[in-house]
Structures are given as structure tokens and as C-alpha cells.
Write a protein that binds this ligand. Structure first.
Ligand code: G1P
Ligand code: ZN
Length: 543
């Protein structure tokens, strides 16, 4: 085995977005593309010599080959050890846990999350730091800077390793430790939740459906829900991770997890339904005949987390991304907890979690998590819901209705306009940005603007500032609209419009969501002219 130095050229566009570098798979498979990016990661963190990393991915097309390349580059760069999930598989939260458990120097996760997988679909590579969380902007910027001046990378010229067998092998001096991808994660879940109570719930006839969407959570959900908790066989559907996710779009929302929605709203629906995304960090939760929006889910979890053993002592605080609804703020207020508002992307929660300022965090994009890892965690959210259901002995519908009666309801929706020409999307953003300063005190659709700005965040732990994180217009009645560009897409630009309206109750808590939001949606059109500028009549996806 010899480490060789290969000459290379900087490759344009290797700029990590909201969550790592995501590109079409054929782009990643171009000679040198992956190699350059991985070498840039190692250069940006001061080299790999003597270090230990975690490696795994969501099993999508190219996952296996990419893992082999990364191992060869890690060895040639002098890494001491790489802990790899068997078959190069690890869910994102499981990878985060392993990074922390073994106190490694970070990890590389292969995933494009909820984006479709396959030879012509999406692939992604993300670096997580030693705290187990996605690299902060300072690190992703350093990685990007390296990609712009890279002239060579080091790689071992050796055969591929067998990653299907648990145990240790080597590439040169580097130990490759192949581990069961599920075992440590499942043990962590056993510590946080009352598995006896959950077993009793299932043996008492509680029925559940978990749609793993042919993606990475299948083995985790089958082991935990069916084997350890005794949920009926067949509780987990689409449970085998497939390279193309069986053609599914592994994004757990009402649009892409339609079969689950239909079942939960159909006759003889199970008590509880859930789905997870490509790499297992997202979750959607549905009750019998009732959908739980991710923002509401975060609020309910915050209000009830103390019912699970891992959170018995209560929460230190909560955090949500700016576009996420303020439902959790109301819970924080009622409980006297600090509540933080961060830019979009899990990386902004890392410092708050590390500094023990918050216990729970969440995003409107089907992401919820806690300080047990440094990623959002789909199955964790599902287990916390189950633990709450087991303790309260009420249905999802009852819990949600009671929550709204107590705290009021934040009607909320996100409208996505996908694959727009970049210039059109920027015109929409530019048009609204230009009007922001003049908006306060003006009236739109019968509502008065209280404030309007381009969200800027100062991290309270390290003082770093992130500007341009989304345009927001807040009205005097608490209604709000937010407009931002997606940072995870691989085709054109995606505009996200987030709309919210607060109803204190007791009247009007069970209205149709889109109707309840109609004035805010109309105000968004008036102010940004999305439809006029893009020529689109309607959003592509409404969640
Ligand atoms: C999207 C979500 C964001 C999430 C990210 C990674 O990013 O909106 O909340 O953290 O995916 O899962 P976006 O495409 O909006 O930049
Ligand atoms: Zn994901």
C-alpha cells in the first residue's frame, strides 16, 4: 500500500450550503470532485494526522464508493482511525452520537438528506466537528477557501475494503473500525426513554405506522420499535434502505409521505404515524385523523418533555430557527425558559447546546432534536412523542387540542417555489428587500406592519454574526411572513415563503390552515410579487 500525491486543480462551486456540499450525483462522480472536497476538509481542519473520524452515510447511490475513496484519502493524510458504520451506513443522528461517544476529531457524513437519490439525483458530503454537530460557518468557509486553491490531494493506492463485516481492518497504518450502525444509537434511546412503559403501550394494543421511505432509518426503526418495543411486525414500512430510495422522495411531509397521510386519515387508522427522511434526521408526526405541524410538534414536545426519563429535570431552554413558528416561544414563556431564535440550519444550534443554554431545538422543516446529539433526530422525536402518549394516555388529537386551548394556536405554513431561474428568485428577494425600510406602519391586506428586516443573528456564545438570513415582515397582530432562498437545492433556486398567524382562542382554534392564513399569504404576494415575477400560479409544495 502506498500513499500517492495526485495533482489537481481547484474545482468551482464547492461551497457548502445550509447543510454540507450537495450536488447532482454525476457531478460528485466526476474524477477528482469528491477527492478535492475531502482533501479540502482535512486541510481546513489542520490536517488529519493522528486523528480519529467517524464515517457513514444514508446508503444512497454512490455512498459505498464514496466511502472507499474517503478512507483512502484519510489514510494517506495520516489519520489514525476511522469508525465506519457497517456497509458505510450511518444515520445522521447516529453519526453525531458516535462522534461524541468516541470523542473523535469529527466525522464525514454522506447524504443529501431528504433530496432524492440515484445515479441522476442528489449526493452530498458534510463535515461534522468534534461536538458531533455540522461544521459552523467559520469551518465551512475555511473548507470552501481550500477548494479554491487546492493543487494536490493524497490518496492510498489500494484495493477497496470489505466494510460488510464488523471488526477492525487497516489501510496502511490507519485502523478502520467497522461498527454496527444501530447498536450505540439504540442504547442511547434506551437511556432517554422509558422502554418498559413503551413496551406496555404496544402490548396494550397501541398501533403505529412508521414510514422509513426506503431510507436509512429502516434498520433503526425496525430494531427499536419492532424488536425492542414489541410493536407489531409490519409497523415499519419501506424499511430497507435502497440506493434510489425505491424512487421515493424521502422527505417526510404530507406531500411526499402521502401514503402515510392517507392511512392516518383513512378508516381504521393506527393510533400514531411517523416518517423519517433519507438520512434519518427529519421526522413527521401524524395522529389518527390529525396532522401535527413541525412547529407545533416542537411546542408540544417542549411542554411535555419532562414526562420522559431523559428530560425529567425539565429543560434548560429552547431554540428554534427564525422561520419556525413561535408556538414554542409561548411554551417557553409559560415555563419561564429562555428561548432563542437562530438562522435556518442545525449548525446554529450547536453553540447553544454546547453551552448548556438549551435542551430542545427545532425547525419548521420537520427537524426536532435535543442535547443528546448535535443533529436533529427523527426517531428520537418519534420516541419522545410515544413516551408522552404512553404517560398521558390521550390521543394525539386530544394532546394537540389541549395544547392550543392552553397556549393559543400559531397557524403556520410554508410555500415552496422550486427550481426557479436564479435571476427570478433574486428579483423577488430584491424587490421585497428594497421595500423593507418603508414598510413599518403601512397597511397591507388590512394588517399593519409592525417591523420589517433582513434577519441577522449574533451567536450569543461566540459573538459571530450571520447576516442576510431571511426577509421578515411582522404585523401588529403578531402575524408574520418570511421569505428566504433555500441553501440546499441543486437545481436553480428555491424560494421559501413562511406564513404565520396567531389565534389566542378559545374561538377559531380548529380552522383550515390555508384559509386561516389567507390574509398573510395575500400580503406576501402584494409585497413580493412572487407570482407576478416568477409567472408561477401556485407554490410547488405546501407544507
Ligand atoms: C432546509 C430547511 C432547513 C434545514 C435544512 C437541512 O434548508 O429549510 O430548516 O436545516 O434543509 O435539513 P434550506 O433548503 O431551506 O436552506
Ligand atoms: Zn436529513
Amino acid at each position: 500500500m502506498t500513499a500517492i500525491i495526485r495533482e489537481t486543480q481547484p474545482i468551482e462551486g464547492q461551497k457548502p450550503g445550509t447543510s454540507g456540499l450537495r450536488k447532482k450525483t454525476p457531478v460528485f462522480m466526476q474524477p477528482g470532485y469528491l477527492e478535492n472536497f475531502v482533501q479540502a476538509i482535512f486541510n481546513a481542519i489542520g490536517g488529519a494526522r493522528g486523528k480519529t473520524f467517524v464515517l457513514g452515510g444514508d446508503g444512497r447511490y454512490f455512498n459505498d464508493r464514496a466511502a472507499q475513496v474517503i478512507l483512502k484519502i484519510a489514510s494517506a493524510n495520516g489519520a489514525a482511525r476511522v469508525i465506519v458504520g457497517q456497509g458505510a451506513i450511518l444515520s445522521t443522528p447516529a453519526a453525531s452520537h458516535l462522534i461524541r461517544l468516541h470523542q473523535t476529531d469529527g466525522g464525514i457524513i454522506l447524504s443529501a438528506s431528504h433530496n432524492p437519490g440515484g445515479a441522476e439525483e442528489d449526493f452530498g458530503v458534510k463535515f461534522n466537528t468534534p461536538n458531533g454537530g455540522p461544521a459552523p460557518e467559520s469551518v465551512t468557509q475555511a473548507i470552501y477557501d481550500e477548494t479554491t486553491c487546492l493543487r494536490e490531494y493524497a490518496i492510498c493506492d489500494t484495493d477497496d475494503l470489505d466494510l460488510t463485516r464488523i471488526g477492525e481492518t487497516r489501510i496502511g497504518d490507519m485502523v478502520v473500525q467497522v461498527v454496527d450502525p444501530v447498536a450505540d444509537y439504540a442504547a442511547l434511546m434506551e437511556k432517554l426513554f422509558d422502554f418498559d412503559k413503551l413496551r406496555a403501550l404496544f402490548s396494550g394494543g397501541f398501533r403505529m405506522r412508521f414510514d422509513a421511505m426506503n431510507a436509512v432509518t429502516g434498520p433503526y426503526a425496525t430494531e427499536i420499535l419492532e424488536r425492542r418495543l414489541g410493536a407489531a411486525p409490519g409497523t415499519v414500512v419501506h424499511g430497507t434502505p435502497l440506493p434510489d430510495f425505491g424512487g421515493m422522495h424521502p422527505d417526510p411531509n404530507p406531500v411526499w409521505a402521502k401514503a402515510l397521510m392517507d392511512e392516518m386519515f383513512g378508516p381504521d387508522a393506527p393510533d400514531f404515524g411517523a416518517a423519517s427522511d433519507g438520512d434519518g434526521d427529519r421526522n413527521m408526526v401524524v395522529g389518527r385523523g390529525i396532522y401535527v405541524s413541525p412547529s407545533d410538534s416542537l411546542a408540544v414536545l417542549a411542554a411535555n418533555a419532562h414526562l420522559a426519563p431523559g428530560y425529567q429535570g425539565g429543560l434548560k431552554g429552547v431554540a428554534r430557527s427564525m422561520p419556525t413558528s413561535a408556538a414554542v416561544d409561548r411554551v417557553a414563556n409559560a415555563l419561564g425558559l429562555p428561548c432563542y431564535e437562530t438562522p435556518t440550519g442545525w449548525k446554529f444550534f450547536g453553540n447553544l447546546l454546547d453551552d448548556a443554554r438549551v435542551t430542545l431545538c427545532g425547525e419548521e422543516s420537520f427537524g426536532t432534536g435535543s442535547d443528546h446529539v448535535r443533529e436533529k433526530d427523527g426517531l428520537w422525536a418519534v420516541l419522545l412523542w410515544l413516551n408522552i402518549l404512553a404517560e398521558r394516555k390521550e390521543s394525539v388529537e386530544q394532546i394537540l387540542s389541549e395544547h392550543w386551548r392552553e397556549h393559543g394556536r400559531n397557524y403556520y405554513s410554508r410555500h415552496d417555489y422550486e427550481a426557479l431561474p436564479v435571476a427570478d428568485a433574486e428579483r423577488v428577494m430584491g424587490a421585497l428587500r428594497d421595500r423593507l425600510a418603508a414598510l413599518p406602519a403601512t397597511e397591507v391586506q388590512g394588517m399593519t406592519v409592525a417591523s420589517a428586516d433582513d434577519f441577522s443573528y449574533m451567536d450569543p456564545v461566540d459573538g459571530s454574526v450571520s447576516k442576510g438570513q431571511g426577509l421578515r415582515v411582522v404585523f401588529t397582530d403578531g402575524s408574520r411572513l418570511v421569505l428566504r432562498l433555500s441553501g440546499t437545492g441543486t437545481e436553480g433556486a428555491t424560494l421559501r415563503l413562511y406564513v404565520e398567524r396567531y389565534v389566542p382562542g378559545p374561538e377559531g382554534l380548529a380552522d383550515d390552515v390555508q384559509s386561516a392564513l389567507a390574509p398573510v399569504i395575500a400580503a406576501a404576494e402584494d409585497l413580493s410579487e412572487i407570482r407576478a415575477i416568477t409567472g408561477r400560479n401556485a407554490p410547488d409544495v405546501i407544507t
